[in-house]
Design a protein around this ligand. Structure first.
Ligand code: HBI
Ligand code: FE
Length: 290
């Protein structure tokens, strides 16, 4: 993924070799802290009964709250004590090899800028709210923390094998847009959903998208959308099952899917364990622009 030219408050900040910057926490304005608080309060409310229990528990353990933009160093001290992960400030999307190296070393690169008011409801760049409200709580779960480190190491290998597109799909349909089946029903663990008020409801309750049981080779063949809600969500039974499925050498999974055709984002195929067959009404009406 090439680094973005998205202009934000850190556009001219010096980057270290690993693309990290100084968060300069004391330079955030009252308006920026207030925007965090409004985003946090709304999302905290919408994720009640919809976020997975791991994420809800972690938010309390990490003391995430509507008390202004978190200082990543202090947040990292709490997170590191739980799973050894730290959150490091970056200004934008960093090159894939840098991203994977951070993950492989239990460092999560988090955008340090906060979305502009005009993009309060939806933005494509991962800002501090998406990264800290969406991704960081999951890193407090020991099993998911292991999965994310393994993903980083898998990414480094995938780049050497030229298999990055398959691995990016795994990240997309789990870390960003994954659902999990709990005893009390389907819940969200994907950061892209957890940090989006509209998609939090859509992903669980709208009849439009497919919901299909997680299957690694099938998922690696499935194309995804980056500028609208997903047309298919994959459902895992547990984080242990996800780690187990991904802990084997991806090499043979790449070999298995190499000659198989891609699957469109809205398609269901033979062999799918279909939890919900989507109506696709949302997309037939034109999606976000509909
Ligand atoms: N950089 N800061 C940042 N955050 C991401 O989520 C990210 C990235 N660089 C690459 C990347 N994600 C994706 O290409 C990976 O899924 C491969
Ligand atoms: Fe993300």
């Amino acid at each position: 993924m090439d680094t973005s030219t998205f202009k934000n408050r850190y556009h001219n900040a010096p980057r270290a070799a690993d693309f990290t910057i100084d968060q300069a926490w004391d330079t955030y304005s009252a308006a920026e802290h207030d925007r965090w608080d409004r985003l946090f309060r709304r999302q905290k409310d919408v994720t009640k009964g919809r976020a997975c229990s791991v994420a809800l528990k972690a938010m309390a353990d990490l003391e995430l709250s509507p008390s202004g933009i978190p200082d990543m160093g202090r947040l990292s001290d709490r997170l590191e004590a739980i799973t050894g992960w730290r959150v490091v400030p970056v200004a934008e999307l960093v090159p894939d090899e840098i991203f994977f190296d951070h993950l492989a070393n239990r460092r999560f690169p988090a955008g340090a800028f906060i979305r502009p008011e005009a993009e309060f409801d939806y933005l494509q760049e991962p800002d501090i709210f998406h990264d800290i409200f969406g991704h960081v709580p999951m890193l407090a779960d020991p099993v998911f923390a292991d999965f994310m480190e393994a993903y980083g190491k898998g990414g480094q290998r995938a780049m050497r094998l030229g298999q990055l597109h398959n691995l990016a799909r795994l990240y997309w349909y789990t870390v960003e847009f994954g659902l999990i089946r709990q005893d009390d029903g389907l819940r969200i663990y994907g950061a892209g959903i957890l940090s989006s008020p509209q998609e939090t409801v859509f992903a669980l309750e709208d009849p439009s998208p497919n919901r299909v049981a997680f299957d690694l080779p099938r998922l690696m063949r499935t194309k995804y959308i980056i500028d609208d809600f997903q047309q298919t969500y994959f459902v895992i039974d547990s984080f242990e099952a996800l780690l187990e499925a991904c802990y084997k050498d991806f090499g043979n999974v790449y070999a298995e899917v190499k000659d198989e055709p891609n699957i469109e984002a809205h398609e269901l195929i033979d062999g799918d364990t279909v939890i919900h067959r989507g109506t696709h009404a949302y997309f037939e009406k034109g999606g976000r622009r509909g």
